[in-house]
Ligand binder design. Structure first.
Ligand code: GUN
Ligand code: ZN
Length: 449
């Protein structure tokens, strides 16, 4: 795609536009690395977008003659359009501390994270970082993310305001922390609950924004604060819940001391009513099979964060055990513990983590997990993560020729799996030619950028 094509597309935000390209989305779980009935792939397809939603999708030749006369057609042959990526675990306040090394999770939190998050008591700072963060997500093709703010209610207010202005579908929440963190980042059980409830009422369901109740992790919440979270989760059944669990061996030991008498780390959240559909737990490395089955039975979702787990030396996610147990899994960056905003790079690392335990994670499966799979697990299927008619028109244009190496490698690919695999291993923000949310172009890569 050259930039004039993209600019033309951006200009056509009127009622109807149609994009001619290769098109890909999933209606269910792909079968290994071969296309099955759950993979919808059109070599010469047409995606018709109207009023922010997908109106039609099908073969170009079948649809073109029936297009309404004022429909503008954007020619993107050679590219690949897929649904926007869904990143199920990321911290926007950690944008400025990405790539900060430490000897594991707990020292990393003390040395880098807490001092960085302190600055979000300033709403102007929060707003500035929120916009940079959203720009970066757009550059990487991520159109929905589950986002941690800081303990300051103003950090969530700033984030939602920025996302609402762009009409992005985002899920976010104010962190709750009332112990084991610096005084300047502490709320209380009462204030954390009150501030969260105010934000739920202000933002959950406003435009495309949705709220996630966000107790950081068990060590930084007292039993009283987890109790307040449980009550809110009960009162607001359709909000999301997000936290961390079983990320790091030292953390797991510490949690056992802080919460004696529980069967496991995950069991603490369970006992407080925080395991249920729309609950998303980051990492899930040191779970046992009982925990995994409990995640499955509760309908809770694991967010696998491979770049973070390697960067912080937390451990290797066990894909085979997750699959055997039926625990739902999604992919996430966990910036700033994670070292990339790109879901393509996240796939690259997920594949390698899986390989280390002898598990093959196909590209079809990874693209499914980052789109339809995440949407389904979050209770958002039909809305995002798909190109099916009726869905919100959040989609991205991937460029298999974005770099000389990608162009050379993808010229040799003999199957869809091979094409996607090359994009996942060799691609990053450069492979994202354009990003659309609710039918509107929010990012177009400039040649050479
Ligand atoms: N556990 C508690 N807080 C955090 C955080 O900010 N990042 C990661 N990776 N793990 C956590
Ligand atoms: Zn995290």
């Amino acid at each position: 795609m050259n930039s004039s094509q993209i600019t033309a597309a951006a200009g056509g935000q009127g009622p109807r536009a149609a994009y001619r390209s290769r098109l890909l989305y999933f209606t269910g779980v792909p079968d290994g690395d071969t296309e099955n009935g759950a993979t919808v792939f059109l070599e010469d397809g047409l995606l018709v977008v109207e009023d922010g939603r997908i109106a039609q999708i099908g073969d170009y030749r079948r649809l073109v003659s029936g297009l309404a006369p004022n429909t503008r057609i954007v020619d993107l042959r050679g590219k690949l359009i897929i649904p926007g990526f869904i990143d199920t675990h990321i911290h926007y306040p950690q944008t400025d501390m990405i790539a900060s090394p430490a000897a594991g999770l707990l020292p990393w939190l003390e040395t880098w994270t807490f001092p960085t998050e302190r600055r979000f008591d300033d709403p102007a700072h929060a707003t500035e970082v929120a916009h940079f963060f959203l720009d970066e997500l757009q550059r990487c093709g991520t159109t929905t993310a589950l986002v941690y703010c800081t303990v300051h209610p103003g950090s969530a207010e700033a984030f939602f305001t920025a996302s609402h202005e762009r009409n992005l579908r985002m899920v976010a929440g104010k962190v709750l922390m009332d112990r084991n963190c610096p005084e300047f980042l502490r709320d209380t059980a009462e204030s954390g609950g009150r501030d969260s409830e105010t934000l739920i009422q202000r933002w959950h369901g406003k435009g495309r924004q949705m709220y996630a109740l966000t107790p950081r992790f068990a060590p930084t919440s007292t039993p009283a604060q987890l109790g307040v979270c449980g009550e809110l989760a009960q009162r607001y059944q359709d909000i999301f819940i997000q936290s961390h669990v079983a990320e790091n061996a030292d953390e797991v030991k510490w949690v056992a001391q802080l919460y004696p008498g529980y069967r496991s780390y995950l069991d603490i959240y369970d006992q407080y009513g925080l395991l249920r559909p729309r609950a998303v737990y980051g990492h899930c490395i040191w779970l046992d099979d009982t925990d995994r089955r409990r995640m499955r039975d509760a309908g809770a979702l694991a967010a696998h964060c491979p770049t973070s787990n390697q960067f912080l030396g937390s451990g290797l996610f066990d894909f085979a055990s997750a699959e055997t147990s039926g625990m739902p899994v999604s992919l996430a960056t966990d910036v700033g513990g994670g070292s990339s905003f790109s879901m393509l790079q996240t796939m690259n690392e997920a594949h390698k983590v899986a390989r280390l335990s002898g598990y093959h994670l196909s590209a079809l499966n990874m693209f499914y997990l980052a789109t339809q799979g995440a949407a389904q697990s979050l209770g958002l299927d039909g809305q995002i993560g798909t190109l099916a008619p009726g869905a919100e028109a959040d989609f991205i244009v991937l460029d298999p020729q974005a770099t000389p190496l990608l162009a050379r490698r993808t010229a040799q690919s003999g199957s869809l799996e091979e094409l996607l695999f090359a994009l996942a291993m060799l691609g990053d923000d450069r492979a994202v030619a354009a990003t659309y949310a609710a039918g509107r172009q929010l990012h177009a890569r400039q040649a050479g950028a």
